[in-house]
Structure formats: structure tokens, C-alpha cells
Design a protein around this ligand. Structure first.
Ligand code: HEC
Length: 463
């Protein structure tokens, strides 16, 4: 293919030219029909998209990870950075491997942090690469701002919690590390916004900030204020009578590509007086030794909000995946005992995770698919924020179905010979359907009953 006529082989170009010169109009029409497929791209060929229309697209959808200091292996924010990668970019967008986004858009809800490209955008990028990735007239020779550049804070945070300097070696495994710190809140506090300020994004696989109310059993044996690797039994210990909310609540998670997502107007999360913060930090070595000094910024609400935001995690702790099973199904659910508004969802499994689906079942029996992830990828923990939060009446159930491949055909499977149970390590498994909901702040926190293992009447087909 020649560089100046993308999508049309030179031979065909010549044919179109010759045909228009010698053929009768009727014949020409037939020719046009016959060549319509080629002509579609020929139309694009007449005006290859200019880089000035590509640059903002790449900045918006790719730059969040492909910028210096981020997790992407190369920056893609300026022409000089993009040009050598043009072919690889074309391949990645055609194969839908980039940008990483796993919800099936055709059936899932709309998500406001959706970074996937539309077919038109893919077509545009491909046409530009096929045209030889010309620079044309540059919008800006310097990188454009990208979607997850830390926004200028509108005001100063009320509390900055510094994660102690974490040493991340150039290679090898960094143990999943905990840090427990006492917040010293003498009264209950409403948190209007929480925001991660990550120092070395290129080495952070994920971070979670959990709130541990007084008396909780959660990693209760960990010392305060020193990075700590908790054992499996320390991490799973819980009192029989303890509800998940009494044990811990996720305040905010960080994952690659993260950008702050507000919970909404007049909404806040509640931290009870005397609570601790438990940071869970998963670092991955990235070829260069670094010391990470990340921070969590908290903004307090100056008065109690109208709605409280709560993070719930229905989990199937009884899963037992037989050795070699290529399609094990696990189920967990949350039933709401008060009306709530659904803000976000996040499917969570480990290395054997294959597919995931969350569905709302309304009290009248109507079902609504919230999210379907047909090809789950453990490397990408993604929180999906609904573009229009959903009102769920009292009695609605959210069903979370997970499928696992414990066969040798799963290239990520560390050991197909074992029965796999619940556990924190990536070679154990989990089925957690993280859900964030908002509800009348004067309600008690017990707005949902989480079922751990009751199977649905009908097992849904694998998506
Ligand atoms: C959420 C983070 C993220 C976003 C957004 C993202 N990437 Fe990536 N990209 C990565 C990471 C991490 C890798 C390396 C690991 C991998 O391939 O999965 C990568 C790898 C790639 C590669 C392969 C590089 C190689 O070594 O062959 C290409 C090409 C690429 N990205 C292009 C893009 C383009 C184009 C976009 C936007 C349309 C994009 N990426 C958006 C994180 C991201």
C-alpha cells in the first residue's frame, strides 16, 4: 500500500481512474457498487485524518497511562513519541488490546470512565497510520494534557496521609504490604472526597485505603505505622458475629489509569471516631529501583450530607474450583433492604478469572444487566462508574456471577492440578462484586444483606 493513498492498493486506484475516463455512466455506477468497499476507504484516502485530530484522542484515551512516570511502557503524548509506535498502535487498537477496557459495551450500562474507542475512532487512527502517520500541522509540538493529570485542587485537603516511603526494587516480587495508621478522629467525620496522589505510578499495581472501625477484627494483629506483611490467617480472621461493614469499608482504591471520580453532590462517606486506616499496597517491580512516597488526600464535608456513600463487597468465600475445571461458576449477591442509588461496580477475581457478570433483579422480577466482562484480565482492576447512577428500590438484588478456568489451557493458571479456594494471594481465588451505593444518610448502614454462597435458581450461561 502506498503511503499517500491509505486503504486502496495502487492497482485499484488506477482502475478507478481509468474507469471514470472510459466507461458509460451506468457502467460506472456498477463499478462504484463493486468497488464500494474499497471506495469507502478511498474516501478516507482523499483526506487522511490530520494528526491534529489524532493527538487529542491519544492524549485523552492513552495518555493517562502512556506518559512519563506512568504504567504504560512508552509515552504517547507528542508526535515525536507517537510516530515510532504508529504500527504497534494500529495493531493494538484493531485488536482491542488497547486501551484496556473489559466491559462489553453492547450490553453493559454506560460508564463515565469508559476509555474504549468507538469504531469510528479506531477507523480514524488506522487510516492515519495507513497514510504513513504524517505530522501535518501540529496542534502542539509539546505533549497535550492528559485525562488523568492531577487536577488543580479546588481547595486544600483537610488531611493528607503520607504512605511511608516504600522501597520498590528493580526486579522480583514485592509482597502485598499493609500499613495500619490511627486517624485520631475524636468525632465522626464525613469525607466528601478522597483522592490518591500517587508518586511512582509506574510501580503501583493497586492500592486500597480501608477504614477499620474500632473493635474490628481486620488485620487486628498488625502493628501501627510500619509496613507489614500480614499472614493469610491474619488477613482472613473475623469474628462470627461481625458484619462486613463492622469489619472494614473500602474508602477508595487506586488502579492504573485512575483519575479521581467524585461520589456526587451532597454525598459523603462516613468515618467513625476512633477508626484506623488500613492501606493495602501492591507494588510491581518495573526495571528501575524507586522509592515511592504516595499520599491520600481527604476533604471533609462541613455538614452531614444528604446521602451516605457505602462500599459493599458481596463475596463467595466458599468457592472450591476442582482441578482442571475449565468453566467453574461462582455466585454471590447483595439484597438491598432500603432504596439505594448504584454509583459504581468492580468485578474482582484472580488469575483463574475468566468472565464476570453483575445483574440487578428488581422486586417485580425484572432483570437488568449492569456489567458483562466476557474476557476478564486479572492485571487490570477496573472500577466502572455508571454514567447515570441507577435507582434500586428496596428489595432489589444484585447478582454477581464469576466464571473460572482452572484448566491447563489457561495460560495464567499457576497450577491446574489443585482444588482452589478463597484466599488473598493471586494463586488463590476470589469472587468479589464491589459495589458503591448512596442512600439517605439518616438510615443505618445496614442497607444490604450480603449472601456468600447461595446459588441462584438458574445458573446464567457463560457470557
Ligand atoms: C490504563 C492504562 C493504559 C491505557 C489507557 C492505554 N495503555 Fe497502552 N499499555 C499500557 C500498559 C501497562 C502496557 C504494557 C503492558 C501490556 O501490554 O498490557 C501497554 C502497552 C501498549 C502497547 C504495546 C507496546 C509494546 O511493547 O508493544 C501499545 C502499542 C499501546 N499500549 C498503545 C496504547 C494506545 C494507542 C492507547 C490508547 C488508544 C493505550 N495504549 C491506552 C497501559 C495503558
Amino acid at each position: 500500500m502506498s503511503a499517500d493513498t491509505p486503504g486502496v492498493a495502487p492497482g485499484i486506484r488506477k482502475m478507478i481512474y481509468t474507469a471514470s475516463k472510459i466507461m458509460q455512466p451506468a457502467l460506472l455506477e456498477i463499478c462504484a457498487l463493486l468497488l464500494s468497499v474499497a471506495c469507502l476507504s478511498a474516501a478516507a484516502a482523499e483526506a487522511p485524518p490530520a494528526y491534529r485530530t489524532i493527538q487529542p484522542l491519544l492524549a485523552e484515551r492513552c495518555g493517562g497511562c502512556h506518559k512519563p512516570g506512568e504504567i504504560g511502557p512508552m509515552p504517547l503524548t507528542s508526535y515525536a513519541e507517537v510516530r515510532p509506535w504508529a504500527k504497534a498502535i494500529k495493531e493494538a487498537v484493531l485488536m482491542h488490546t488497547m486501551p484496556p477496557w473489559f466491559a462489553d459495551q453492547k450490553v453493559s450500562e454506560r460508564f463515565r470512565n469508559d476509555r474504549s474507542l468507538s469504531p469510528e475512532e479506531i477507523h480514524k487512527i488506522v487510516a492515519w497510520v495507513d497514510a504513513g502517520a504524517p505530522a501535518g500541522e501540529l496542534v502542539s509540538a509539546t505533549p497535550l494534557p492528559v485525562s488523568n493529570d492531577a487536577p488543580e485542587p479546588s481547595r486544600k485537603p483537610d488531611l493528607v496521609i503520607k504512605v511511608p516511603r516504600m522501597h520498590v526494587p528493580a526486579s522480583g516480587t514485592v509482597e502485598y504490604t499493609f500499613l495500619v495508621t490511627n486517624l485520631h478522629f475524636g468525632e465522626d467525620k464525613w469525607i466528601q472526597e478522597a483522592e490518591w496522589r500517587i508518586d511512582h505510578r509506574e510501580v503501583v499495581h493497586h492500592m486500597n485505603a480501608y477504614v477499620r472501625p474500632p473493635g474490628s477484627s481486620y488485620v487486628a494483629t498488625a502493628p501501627y505505622d510500619v509496613p507489614y506483611v500480614a499472614s493469610k490467617s491474619e488477613r482472613t480472621a473475623r469474628r462470627a458475629d461481625e458484619s462486613e461493614n463492622d469489619r472494614r469499608e473500602l474508602l477508595i482504591g487506586y488502579e492504573p489509569g485512575y483519575r479521581p471520580e467524585p461520589w456526587g453532590k451532597d454525598r459523603a462517606k462516613l468515618i467513625h471516631k476512633g477508626s484506623d486506616m488500613v492501606f493495602e499496597m501492591h507494588y510491581t517491580a518495573n526495571g528501575k529501583e524507586v522509592v515511592d512516597s504516595s499520599e491520600l488526600w481527604l476533604y471533609f464535608a462541613d455538614r452531614p450530607p444528604k446521602e451516605r456513600v457505602l462500599s459493599l463487597q458481596p463475596s463467595d468465600r466458599d468457592l472450591a474450583i476442582p482441578p482442571g475445571d475449565p468453566n467453574y461458576h461462582s455466585f454471590t449477591a447483595a439484597r438491598f433492604t432500603s432504596p439505594v442509588t448504584l454509583i459504581s461496580v468492580q468485578p474482582h477475581m484472580h488469575l483463574r478469572g475468566k468472565a464476570y457478570q453483575m445483574e440487578a433483579v428488581y422486586p417485580d422480577g425484572r432483570r437488568e444487566l449492569l456489567i458483562r466482562v466476557p474476557r476478564y484480565d486479572f492485571r487490570w482492576q477496573t472500577t466502572y462508574f455508571l454514567s447515570s447512577p441507577l435507582q434500586l428500590p428496596k428489595g432489589t438484588v444484585i447478582e454477581c456471577s464469576a466464571w473460572y478456568d482452572n484448566s491447563p489451557n489457561n495460560p495464567n493458571n499457576p497450577d491446574p492440578e489443585k482444588t482452589i479456594h478463597w484466599g488473598d494471594q493471586s494463586w488463590d481465588e476470589m469472587n468479589v462484586g464491589f459495589i458503591e451505593v448512596a442512600f439517605d444518610a439518616s438510615n443505618p448502614a445496614e442497607v444490604a444483606v450480603l449472601s456468600s454462597n447461595s446459588l441462584p435458581a438458574v445458573v446464567p450461561p457463560h457470557p
